[in-house]
Design a protein around this ligand. Structure first.
Ligand SMILES: [Zn+2]
Length: 286
């Protein structure tokens, strides 16, 4: 956090330096904004392949073949979910929340993509529908579906308050990955990564720049829908924070399940082309 009383005197031209207008780090004009119409049209006559009910304070994995849709739906009560994605054939290719944030901003919605980590950096999933897109940003600068948080975890919990809590999203995802891939817990843990915070309402305070959360506006029936651009394994944790209005990393908050459904379209969206490998040649100047 920035010092309330700085140690160094501001220079004479401090105001002029501050007045410089910002520029967007990564202008995405070169990335064609996807036309969602063919994706919405492809939902007509789609067939539900599977459904997974993620229990509160726990996580489950699910498989989504390329060219299929998956939907995360709130059921029973307001609940936040922590989402991880991997390339089905290679656990080292995983969702890259940092670069997704740099490309699409702090909070995702329909038309944004979830990108994979380096050295892959290709679209893993396209968000095709968001029933909370009406929320926009509130007066606190908060919005939903962030890529600015990480995932609640027992190490930070221990660091800040001591104690052993085993149902943080990090642990929930670790157990789900261990079960899905037949890995020991300590190996599975390394596959868990920073998440898309589905339905979570977050932002940064204007005064201190601190990460904040507030009660999610999600209600039963709300959903976030994705189109898998590559073969995916996903994992979703129903966060112990529930709607994340007060506490997380404990059993105090009211928690509800989340539903994940996978759909096979009748036909692939018109014009959709599977992403190819990133074009960088990986010689790194040598
Ligand atoms: Zn959590």
């Amino acid at each position: 956090m920035k010092l309330q009383i700085p140690s160094h005197q501001e220079p004479r031209d401090a105001q002029a330096r501050k007045d410089v207008a910002p520029v967007i780090c990564y202008p995405v004009d070169g990335l064609a904004r996807p036309n969602l119409e063919p994706f919405h049209a492809a939902r007509a006559g789609w067939r539900r392949l599977s459904e997974t009910l993620v229990p509160p304070r726990d996580a489950r994995c699910f498989d989504v073949p390329a060219g299929h849709f998956f939907r995360i739906t709130s059921v029973e009560g307001p609940q936040v979910g922590d989402l991880n994605l991997w390339a089905a054939q290679d656990l080292s290719e995983r969702f890259f929340s940092g670069k997704t944030r740099a490309l699409h901003g702090t909070h995702l919605s329909a038309g944004d993509r979830m990108w994979s980590c380096l050295p892959y950096l290709r679209p893993m999933a396209l968000i095709t529908d968001d029933s909370l897109d009406w929320y926009g940003f509130d007066e606190f600068g908060g919005s939903v579906h962030d890529v600015i948080g990480t995932r609640c975890d027992p190490y930070t919990h221990n660091l800040l308050g001591g104690g052993q809590y085993h149902h943080c999203c990090h642990s929930n995802l670790t157990r789900a990955v261990a079960d899905r891939f037949g890995l020991p817990l300590h190996a599975a843990e390394f596959a868990v990564h920073d998440v898309l915070n589905v339905f979570m309402c977050t932002g940064f305070t204007r005064e201190s720049g601190q990460y904040f959360m507030k009660a999610s506006p999600v209600r039963p029936g709300d959903y976030l829908e994705f189109f898998a651009e590559i073969d995916l394994v996903g994992a979703l944790s129903a966060c112990p924070g529930g709607d994340c209005s007060t506490l997380h990393s404990s059993d105090h908050a009211a928690c509800y399940p989340l539903l994940v459904e996978v759909f096979a379209p009748f036909a692939l969206p018109l014009g959709w082309v599977a992403p190819t490998a990133n074009g960088y040649n990986r010689t790194h100047g040598r």
